[in-house]
Design a protein around this ligand. Structure first.
Ligand SMILES: Nc1nc2c(c(=O)[nH]1)N[C@H]1C(S)=C(S)[C@@H](COP(=O)(O)O)O[C@H]1N2
Ligand SMILES: [Mo]
Length: 252
């Protein structure tokens, strides 16, 4: 989806959910509850703040839609971005036995998890949709370890406001606020449709954030950092997407 049509969508969504009076209320709530997204800068800033605030106030605990098993897409389309770097290839050749997820930042116990470690924790399966900002989507069963279980394990500082997460490629990184980080549907996924998570779909480890557009569901996750200051990361906009013109908050 182009930047312009995204803006149109945002404007339409705002009008539909809030109306003119609601916008004023949302602006007030945004201020009061600190619902200011990291990309609240430049000419689109106020729009991003209102979209984020309206969505957050209305949907703070609302789950993403879940589907019956019969709706699982027969031929899910992977927007393949398989990392070709030597490090990934080496891990893949070893059956991902040596894949590690580092969780650090503002936590009591910075921890390195293997896939086996994650699989030994409470698990969750959910049938949800991946929706790309370019318009296509598919439904699949995702199986993994809820992120909140991992965060409980490492002991989050009460000051933490964002979880930043990185792909092995060294380019893609994202962040989510605590509303999404602690949401029961946000899972570190290692299984798909009853099997291992295929590499094309982000295997061996992908963060599924089903309440937001596909680009928040980063594939090949190797590190997560808890922080209270998102401005310290990258260009300070919260992820690579706003650096390229897309919204940091991509709620659906
Ligand atoms: N590491 C990594 N993760 C990524 C991407 C990427 O380029 N690299 N693309 C994102 C985008 S834009 C979308 S829409 C989804 C696509 O997921 P799919 O391949 O399962 O359809 O993955 C997201 N995760
Ligand atoms: Mo996408």
């Amino acid at each position: 989806m182009s930047v312009i049509s995204r803006r149109k969508l945002i404007a339409t969504g705002l009008a539909a959910t809030a109306g003119a009076g609601g916008l004023a209320v949302a602006a007030k709530l945004a201020k009061r509850y600190g619902l200011i997204p990291p990309d609240d800068v430049g000419i689109y800033g106020p729009g991003e703040t209102l979209t984020y605030a309206v969505q957050r106030v209305l949907t703070m605990h609302a789950p993403a839609r879940e589907f019956p098993r019969s709706m699982i897409s027969k031929t899910p389309f992977a927007n393949e971005v398989v990392p070709t770097g030597a490090a990934f290839k080496h891990l893949q050749a070893g059956g991902f036995k040596d894949w590690r997820l580092v969780v650090d930042g503002m936590v009591d116990r910075p921890t390195t998890f293997s896939l086996a470690d994650l699989k030994s924790m409470p698990m969750k399966s959910e049938i949800t949709e991946v929706a790309c900002e370019e318009g296509w989507s598919y439904v699949a069963e995702w199986i993994g370890t809820p992120l909140h279980e991992v965060l409980k394990e490492v002991g989050l500082s009460p000051k933490v406001r964002y979880i930043v997460y990185y792909a092995i490629d060294g380019v893609i990184w994202e962040s989510i606020d605590m509303g999404d980080a602690l949401h029961p549907q946000t899972i570190l996924t290692w299984g798909m449709n009853d099997g291992d998570l295929p590499v094309g779909f982000g295997g061996p480890l992908r963060l599924r954030v089903p309440r937001q557009l596909g680009y928040k569901s980063v594939k090949y996750v190797i590190r997560m950092t808890a922080t209270d200051d998102i401005k310290k990361f990258g260009k300070g906009l919260g992820s690579v997407d706003p650096e390229g013109g897309y919204a940091w908050y991509a709620g659906i």
